[in-house]
Design a protein around this ligand. Sequence first.
Ligand code: DOR
Ligand code: ZN
Length: 342
Amino acid sequence: MPLTTPVILDAPLDMHLHLRDGEMLENIAKASAHTFSGAIIMPNLVPPVSSKEEIIAYKERIMHAIGNEKFTPYMTLFFKPSYDKAFLESVRDDITAIKLYPAGITTNSEGGVSGFDVEELRPALSAMSDLNIPLCVHGETNGFVMDREAEFVSIYEKLASAFPKLKIIMEHITTKESVAALEKHENLYATITVHHLLITLDDVAGGMLQPHLFCKPIAKRPEDREALLKVALAAHPKVMFGSDSAPHPKHAKEACGCAAGVFTAPIALQVLTELFETNNAPLENLQAFISGNAQHIYGVTPITKKVTLEKKSFKVPAEYNGVVSMYAGEEIAYSIKGVKNG
Ligand code: DOR
Ligand code: ZN
């Protein structure tokens, strides 16, 4: 059933976004800041964002890069087990969440956590729980690539039970096992990307290898994609949109040793709108998935922004400032007609 067009989306939020730094930040920040009211900004820079000074300085660089766009960067800190309560109190007002990476699991995560010993993590996680700071987690073990996320579910469950008041967000979930975990623990939530709603491993490696669809966690099986689609289209209140849009220069993707990450920031809203339409999901569910659920889960009130989309085909540019986005060079069904701030 076609959506009534134009489609107007209110205050879209991207609850998992890589904005990078330096020239890349300057080149890509507006792609998100134009159409989203705000985004949770990942801290995996080199070095990772792990002090109050670094958070403040990085936020300033982001504000510079977005120019006149109205956009809130919700800042995150790179989790370290050594964070104590005094430190966390001192940064509480500068951050929205803390991101935990298993050591070495993905881009710039070498300084992450090894082993998941609850007692070792207790001081930092208890303090976060007391201060109501959500924990965002890249949930993959070092196991066989297709099993990494499913294997991590027992770690999610261990953490969720040990810290029942801590909000734990399972980032960019890709499996039916993670979807099932949402129902088992009140304090587990999830973000879902647009690419994991659309592709399976077949699209990445079933034919000619598609480096621009290669990411961590890797896209899984059709039944996993179905499980993700089911909760996203129904706007399950514990799931929210997080693009994990992760730009890398074209030469780093089209290379022997391809960097992980799919760049979706410029096309995410258009493609999500088409996806909800194709699956006969109502507009109110799309609105909840791209903003309302995140507002409830994080307790944030985004700045006002209305994004109007029309059903008019849009040819995705071959490159955005040297970065190749998903569907580059292809036609997508919806276009951004306009963005109204305030
Ligand atoms: O594919 C990915 N790219 N997954 C991540 O977890 C990190 C991201 C990046 O920073 O490039
Ligand atoms: Zn990410």
